[in-house]
Design a protein around this ligand. Structure first.
Ligand code: AHZ
Length: 366
């Protein structure tokens, strides 16, 4: 995190310092772009605000801006009219509406890696009635699933998790006990696009969960339960630190599913925070790589670890002291699917008031 901060700091300019001053005196950039005249556009492009070849005045910017759009690939391509505030308002109104709507969510998912996205897909498909909010610290959702492992493209998925790939319609080669997707990015882009198309899903990326909402559990004997998350734009969190005083946002939810990955600057966020708050005693710390057993364990142990919070994926290995599995992803996909099932069971057992758990449904108490 500190290297991230120092690289940002080194990009800042001193007052009055122009951007070009930060370049060495003679660079290729200057040679190519500053000292040379601009390159003339091809003559086929219809110029704006000048005089045409036959001497007639060509329309100025404003006149062109009020015309209908034209898809003319021979130099007359023209966009529909726009004003700067249209763009600003198109984004801010929707973002504001989303913040308002998701301030009470049914299920919050922390982390949009392979496990978090698998959970989100399963939940959103099975339960279109639930509002599912995903909070992802990175700009690009997907976590470690843009590559299969190291810097290689292919993604290995052991059976029976190939069934989830079939569900997503991600093509693969069948190698017997496992299947291979030709590029991990094909899995990640497919699941991401499907998740984002569900009307009951909102993804906040570049947004970090920096704390958990913890309240006295009305179902327990004075124990705490997780009742939502505290989030902030990741840049603010990086600049000021987790649990800073920089006025974060809250999302209330009766069920939170955490897939923050194994330890790292943000990784294993929820389990580390639960130790800090005393809700769990200590972490088991992820063990060495053992492909033979690691995936089965993670899937089968995906569970509610404190009231209101389910953990899966590699974050769970930090809690339970489980082995890592390296570059084989079936465990992450199936852990996400298992967490979705557990989340629905929990959600359906609760009596809720404005997103807060106030009791258990009668049939479950008996
Ligand atoms: O940015 C993180 C990543 O996209 C995000 N994340 C972590 N902390 C967060 C926080 N707020 C919001 N506080 C947060 N987002 O969580 C995502 C975790 O994705 P991942 O791919 O790191 O974890 P995963 O458990 O989904 O998949 C792990 C894949 C691995 S690691 C591994 C090994 O090391 O052996 N093997 C596999 C298959």
């Amino acid at each position: 995190m500190s290297s991230f901060k120092s690289s940002i700091a080194s990009m800042r300019l001193a007052p009055g310092q122009a951007h070009k001053d930060t370049l060495p005196a003679s660079t290729k950039y200057q040679d190519n772009f500053i000292n040379k005249p601009p390159i003339s556009p091809p003559s086929s492009i219809k110029k704006i605000g000048s005089v045409s070849d036959d001497g007639a005045a060509v329309e100025n910017n404003e006149q062109v801006a009020n015309k209908d759009p034209v898809e003319d690939w021979d130099g007359g391509y023209r966009f529909a009219p726009i004003k700067e505030h249209h763009v600003a308002r198109a984004m801010t109104r929707r973002y504001g509406d989303d913040l308002y709507r998701t301030a009470i969510s049914d299920i919050v998912i922390i982390g949009a890696g392979s496990a978090g996205l698998s959970c989100a897909y399963t939940l959103a498909k099975e339960r279109p009635d639930l509002m599912i909010t995903i909070v992802e610290a990175g700009v690009a959702p997907g976590g470690g699933a843009w590559l299969g492992g190291q810097l290689m493209s292919a993604m290995v998925v052991r059976k029976p998790a190939d069934r989830f790939l079939q569900e997503l319609q991600v093509p693969y080669e069948d190698e017997g006990d496992y299947v291979v997707v030709k590029h991990a990015a094909l899995f990640t882009s497919t699941i991401l696009s499907k998740v984002l198309q569900f009307p009951n899903v909102k993804l906040y990326n570049a947004t970090a969960v920096e704390d958990l909402i913890t309240v006295t559990d009305p179902l327990g004997s004075g124990n705490l339960r997780v009742a939502g998350v505290v989030s902030n734009w990741t840049l603010v969190t990086l600049a000021h630190g987790l649990q800073s005083c920089m006025d974060p946002q809250t999302i209330t939810a009766p069920v939170v599913c955490s897939f923050a990955g194994h330890d790292g600057p943000f990784g294993a966020f929820s389990v580390k925070r639960l130790v800090a708050t005393g809700m769990i005693d200590k972490l088991g710390d992820m063990r060495g790589l053992n492909m033979r057993c690691a995936e089965d364990y993670i899937v089968n142990a995906t569970r509610e670890i404190v009231p209101g919070l389910i953990t899966g994926g590699m974050e769970l290995s930090e809690l339970d002291g489980a082995n890592r599995m390296g570059a084989t992803f079936g465990g992450m996909l199936a852990s996400g699917c298992k967490a979705a099932r557990e989340a629905v069971k929990l959600y359906d057992s609760y009596i809720l008031d404005e997103g807060e758990v106030v009791g258990l449904k009668k049939s479950l108490k008996e």
